[in-house]
Design a protein around this ligand. Structure first.
Ligand code: SF4
Length: 229
């Protein structure tokens, strides 16, 4: 697996657990506001970390770390993701995966084999606006399939949307809310302009706290928990 980074400990990436975070290198989307350009743009890639180095670290931390979060980039484009996760499960770690939902077949395999304990899926936009925002071809049937599969499963999950003001109107977020109806959690994330794939997005803004609060109330009608971050 191409691993672009390792965060040795995080108290926030896996809800309620102490986890290490593994960042896979490469992504099939090009969200202009992406804050991990070094994992997305091949011109910015750094050297990869070796898998054995990662497993040796995780072996030493058994009993101290409870979980491993695999994020990206987009983990499901790694051809050997399942092999990697099998090894993590063999070490008795809880596993969380972050995904953009573009590869439902891979998610299905991970669910079937019980290789993940928590899935966080980004829903970037209402399905009709995906390609405009991503700047790349997107098979929205696959996005919908991933959402429906996660909702129908027993797995702990959340759906997430980053909110750059110029890209998403309130009606778009309410449309996403309908797509993920009955989800255990929907997280709407304030866009923070720290580092972006498209440098012009450094000037982008997000909604005010008041606007987020109004939106949260509307979304809560159909979703078990709505979190603003
Ligand atoms: S935000 Fe996620 S899906 Fe979008 S380009 Fe970055 S890593 Fe890929």
């Amino acid at each position: 697996m191409k691993i672009g980074g390792l965060q040795k400990v995080s108290l926030i990436e896996y809800p309620g657990k102490i986890s290490a975070v593994i960042f896979t290198q490469g992504c099939n989307f090009r969200c202009p506001y992406c804050h991990n350009p070094e994992l997305v743009d091949p011109d910015l890639y750094g050297d990869c970390l070796g898998e054995e180095e990662i497993f040796s670290f995780l072996e030493k931390r058994r009993g101290k770390l409870e979980a491993v979060t695999v994020t990206g980039g987009e983990p499901t484009i790694q051809p050997d993701l399942a092999v990697f996760l099998r090894r993590l499960k063999g070490m008795e770690y809880l596993v969380k995966i972050d995904s953009n939902g573009s590869h439902p077949d891979i998610l299905e395999e991970l669910l079937r084999e019980k290789l993940v304990d928590y899935i966080a899926m980004d829903v970037k936009a209402p399905l009709g606006k995906y390609e405009k925002i991503m700047g790349t071809t997107v098979d929205c049937n696959k996005i919908k399939r991933s959402i429906d599969m996660i909702l129908a499963s027993e797995i702990d999950h959340e759906f997430r949307t980053t909110v750059p003001r110029s890209l998403l109107e309130e009606k778009d977020l309410l449309a996403i809310g309908r797509l993920v109806k009955n989800a255990r959690q929907y997280t709407i994330q304030k866009f923070v302009p720290s580092k972006t794939l498209n440098p012009s997005f450094l000037k982008e803004t997000t909604y005010s706290d008041e606007e987020f609060s109004v939106l949260k109330k509307k979304l809560e009608k159909n979703i078990q928990a709505v979190v603003v971050k």
